[in-house]
Write a protein that binds this ligand. Sequence first.
Ligand code: FAS
Ligand code: PHB
Length: 395
Amino acid sequence: MVQFTRTQVAVIGSGPSGLLLSELLRKAGVDSVVIDRQSRSHIEARIRAGVLEWGTVEALREVGAGDRMDREGMPHSGFEMYFNGFRHRIDLVGLVNRQVMVYGQTELTKDLISGRLASGAPLTFCAEDVRIENVTSGNPKVCFVHGGETQIIACDYIAGCDGYHGMARQTIPSDILQVYERIYPFGWLGVLVDQPPISEELIYANGSHGFALCSMRSSSRSRYYLQCQINENLEDWSDERFFDELERRLGPETGRHLQRGASIEKSIAPLRSFVAEPMRYGRLFLVGDAAHIVPPTGAKGLNLAAADAQVLARALIEFYHSGRVDLLDRYSDTCLRRVWKVERFSWYLSQLLHMFPDATPFERKMQQAEFDYIAQSENASRSIAENYVGLPLSL
Ligand code: FAS
Ligand code: PHB
C-alpha cells in the first residue's frame, strides 16, 4: 500500500540542522515533515560536539528547546591554548564580550526530538530507501519505505539535512556540483569518562607529541581527545594508554591534575575540510554537514549547521508569509559567504594545533611563532575569540 502526505517543506535528516530547521518553521506556522533513516535510540546515542555558539543557544531557546540547556549547560568565558608547555588564555568575554555554552550535541538533539514529538508534528525514524524526485519541477517529492509501506511526501521544498554521508547532495548533477576538500593526515581519538574535568575551561594543547583537547559535558563528565593516526586501531588504545598519552601531551604541570576512569565511550573521527557548492538545486536546499564539513578543532560543525538552518528558516518563512523569493534565491550565497570564513578558521586552528607527520623543522618553527604572536598580541587573540564565539549571521 502507498501512503501519500502533503506538506510545505520535507526535511531529510533529524540531526541538529533538520530538527532546528523544522522547529523554527513550526514556530512560524510553516508545515514540515522530518524523516530519518536511523532509529531515535541510534541518533540519541551519538557522541559529537560539545560547544555551542551563543547564536545557537538563542535559536534553541527561540524554539523552546533551551530549558534543560539553561539548567545543565555551562557558559564559558574563555579557553586555554598550550604550545610546548606555554599557556595562553583566550579571554572571550574580555576580548569580544561574548561567551560560549558547553552543552553536548547529544543532549540538544534529545531536547529537540522530545519537543517535536510533544508537539505532534511529523517526525519519522527508520525511513528506508529515501529518494528525492522532481526536484527541478514545481512538485518535488520525497519517497521512502517505512514499516514495509511506501510513503510519498508531496511538498513545495526539500531540505537536505542528511549529513556528509546522506543522499541529498548526490541529487545535484555532477556537472553542477563543485566540491572542495582537504583530508588531514590524522584523526581524533575521543574518550568520554565520568570523572571531573581536569580544568574549568577547555584546553587545546599542541604538545611535543601532538594535539590534545580537554573538554567536558558536566562537572562530573569529561571529554578528551588525542590526535592519532588515521588508520589507528581502537583496540590498541586501552584507557591506561590513552590517559598516559594525554598526560604526556599536557605536560606534568597540568597532567598531574588528570582524574582517570573507565571510558564510557571511545571512538576515532577522521578530520576533513569539505564544501559542496551550490547549496541549492531547484527545490532542494542543502543544510549543515550535507553541504560542508570542518575539522572539529574550532568547535564549528554543529554551529555551522545551526546557522544554515536559521538562514533557510528565515527565507522559507518569508516566502510563506509574504511571497518573497529573494531570500530563497540568495540562500546558497548567503550561507557560503559565512561557511568559507568558518572553514578558514577551523583549518587555521587545525594547522596551528596539530603535529603534521611531514612537517619540516621550519614549519614547526612557524607554528611556534604563530603561537607566540597570539600570546603577545591582543589583536591576534581577539581574532581567534571573535571566530570562536561565532561570526555574525546575515539573516
Ligand atoms: P548530522 O550528520 O548530525 O545529521 C544527519 C542526519 O541525517 C542523521 O541523523 C542521519 O541518520 C540522517 N540521514 C543520513 N542519510 C539519510 C537518508 N538517506 N535518509 C534519511 N536520513 C538520513 N562538531 C563540532 O562542532 N564539534 C565536535 O567535536 C564534533 N565532533 C564530531 C564527531 C563525529 C564522529 C562526527 C561525525 C561529527 C562531529 N562534529 C563535531 C560535527 C557534527 O557535530 C556535525 O557538524 C553536526 O552533527 C551536523 O549536523 P547535521 O547537519 O544535522 O548532520
Ligand atoms: C567537545 O567537547 O566534544 C569538543 C569541544 C571543542 C571542540 C571539539 C569538541 O573544538
